[in-house]
Design a protein around this ligand. Structure first.
Ligand SMILES: [Zn+2]
Length: 283
């Protein structure tokens, strides 16, 4: 039975791109951090179900909460990078991106004691035209990327030219494994079915269909969630109502939906599949 990927983008409620305008970075230090409490609960939840996953941790947060990162690693999960300060890749440019992925990898490695080989861009922001990012990742010691979302029509992300299954990206700097986000084909249309807001707001059968279709093709599906989607606490912020709904609505359902999803399939760490891909024997 295929082992899908259970992944978490570990960041605070003030980091998502939609929330960033309301929380300037120079004030982050003064804000309450919610992720340690939520992650502790998630680690227990996963342990009860014997699930291990990959946690893409923001470098900035790892510096503030090293004990949380150590707890994730010590419970058998993979530590990977979500960049340093949640800047979009296109906004960073090649040199800023190099600093972000290099610095976050170093911090995560120092804090966890584990090798860091995986990366996911904030808001899936490796989009067509930014392929230099793959070279930078390889040069900085990464072996896989999980930033591509193979859809079109989303205002800020999407890499429509690729399929939803893991594949090798051949670059001047070498060969990088890519683990795109899962899509489902429903009534002939490709729709996002990978987690996050799609998991909270749309019928759960959509994510189940995406995972089932991935397994039928012989590959793992990708599931992702954020700590702020699993928290009962809502930040007090003056953001447009529609934005607040997209970012925070449906969170009470998320635990139950995750429970059901974990019953329907097997889930694991991305680096396990990577090792099999490198050996030429993904199962
Ligand atoms: Zn993020």
């Amino acid at each position: 039975m295929i082992r899908h990927h259970f992944t978490v983008d570990v960041e605070e409620y003030f980091h998502p791109t939609a929330m960033a305008p309301h929380y300037p970075a120079d004030g982050w230090d003064t804000l309450e951090r919610r992720s340690p409490e939520v992650i502790a609960r998630l680690l227990d939840f996963l342990e009860e179900r014997e699930v291990h996953g990959t946690f893409f941790v923001l470098g900035w947060l790892a510096e503030k909460e090293p004990a949380m990162v150590r707890a994730i690693a010590s419970r058998g999960h993979e530590i990977a990078s979500h960049g340093y300060e949640h800047e979009l890749v296109g906004r960073l440019g090649p040199e800023g991106f190099r600093t972000s992925v290099g610095r976050s990898r170093e911090v995560l490695r120092d804090v966890s004691g584990a090798e860091v080989v995986g990366y996911r861009a904030p808001s899936f922001s490796i989009v067509p035209g930014l392929e230099w990012a793959f070279d930078v990742l390889l040069e900085e010691g990464y072996r896989y990327d999980a930033s591509l979302f193979p859809i079109m029509g989303h205002p800020t992300y999407g890499y429509p030219g690729v399929g939803p299954d893991p594949y090798w990206i051949e670059r001047p700097a070498g060969r990088l494994a890519e683990f795109p986000s899962t899509t489902a084909t429903v009534l002939g249309r490709r729709v996002p079915a990978s987690g996050g807001a799609y998991f909270r707001l749309l019928p759960p059968m959509l994510v189940h269909a995406g995972l089932r279709q991935a397994a039928a093709r012989g590959g793992p599906g990708m599931f992702y969630i954020h700590p702020w989607e699993l928290d009962d606490w809502v930040p007090r912020v003056e953001a447009p109502k529609l934005q607040m709904i997209r970012t925070f609505h449906g969170r009470r359902r998320t635990w139950g939906r995750m429970e059901r999803m974990l019953e329907l399939g097997r889930f694991g760490r991305v680096d396990q599949w990577l090792v099999a891909m490198e050996a030429g024997t993904p199962d």
